[in-house]
Ligand binder design. Structure first.
Ligand code: ADE
Length: 281
């Protein structure tokens, strides 16, 4: 009898351990980053319980890659695992939009960090103007380079490397999932939101690394596009989606979700859930 109990415990633990190892190998293959300064894995831990899991991941990482260039964990990073900085004239719009739903939860839990910086705060003009008439004439006003540069300098002063700066513009390359994946590898990402008729070309030449649009239509400003991109990038940052949501993400990638979804009630306005989905309920 005792032997039976012990062997049941042994096999339960062995199967559980194997399951944990497989789960963490999948995690590592998803969040291992290869870049010029080495190879590392992002280990997202935010409490004591997760630290044990983080430790297991770091051991598996060493076994898998035979090296440890560095481990980046939430505990070691200053802000979140990914820090978004938005240079804008409407910081409240950015804060309100992103402090809700999944991104709101991720901000609260510290997986991502957001700073919406008001460009107007950096204007030296006594009326806090940030725009002026265009040289050569034409309709509308152009945002001046100096307040944007001062805001950029402030945001980047403690960064170790020059960050990517995304200028959101309808003239840029159209944003897609592979761009979101590329952006999610950055530790800091700056978005510059334009308004009025545009932004002085010299500041774009000075600081911008990527020109990105969210589609072939023109909006009144760059705030909504910046929020769209931050949302798409955030969900790729470890810890932002919970386990159930990540499973959904995996199946989306495996194209398993390409069929219509149904929930209760079984019948809605004469339309029934397909029988094949009801069997087994
Ligand atoms: N600013 C205005 N319209 C835009 C768009 N479609 N994409 C990005 N930035 C914009």
């Amino acid at each position: 009898m005792l032997e039976f109990v012990l062997s049941t415990i042994f096999w339960t633990l062995a199967i559980y351990g194997l399951f944990e190892v497989i789960k963490n190998i999948i995690y590592i293959s998803r969040f291992t980053k290869f870049n010029s300064d080495g190879i590392y894995v992002i280990i997202a831990v935010k409490n004591q319980e997760e630290k044990i899991e983080g430790f297991l991941r770091s051991i598996l990482f060493k076994i898998l890659y035979g090296r440890e260039d560095y481990f980046s964990s939430y505990a070691e990073r200053s802000g979140g695992l990914m820090n978004f900085h938005v240079l804008t004239l409407f910081p409240d719009m950015i804060e309100a939009g992103l402090h809700t739903s999944v991104t709101g939860r991720a901000l609260k839990n510290g997986y991502i960090h957001l700073s919406a910086v008001n460009i107007r705060d950096y204007s030296k003009d006594k009326h806090k103007h940030v725009d002026d008439y265009p040289y050569g004439g034409g309709a509308g006003m152009v945002m001046q380079p100096e307040p944007i540069y001062l805001a950029y300098e402030d945001v980047t002063q403690n960064m170790e490397k020059k960050p990517r700066v995304v200028y959101v513009t309808p003239q840029g390359s159209v944003f897609n999932q592979s761009m979101a994946e590329e952006f999610s590898k950055e530790e800091d990402l700056i978005f510059l939101c334009g308004h009025y008729e545009g932004v002085d070309e010299r500041i774009l030449e000075e600081i911008v690394t990527d020109y990105v649009s969210i589609g072939d239509y023109v909006l009144t400003g760059g705030e909504l596009p910046a929020m769209v991109m931050i949302d798409a990038v955030s969900r790729l940052v470890p810890g932002v989606l919970n386990n159930e949501e990540s499973a959904e993400f995996e199946s989306f990638h495996d194209n398993l979700l390409e069929h219509p979804q149904y929930t209760r009630p079984v019948e809605f306005r004469g339309r029934k859930v397909p029988d094949v989905l009801l069997s087994g309920h």
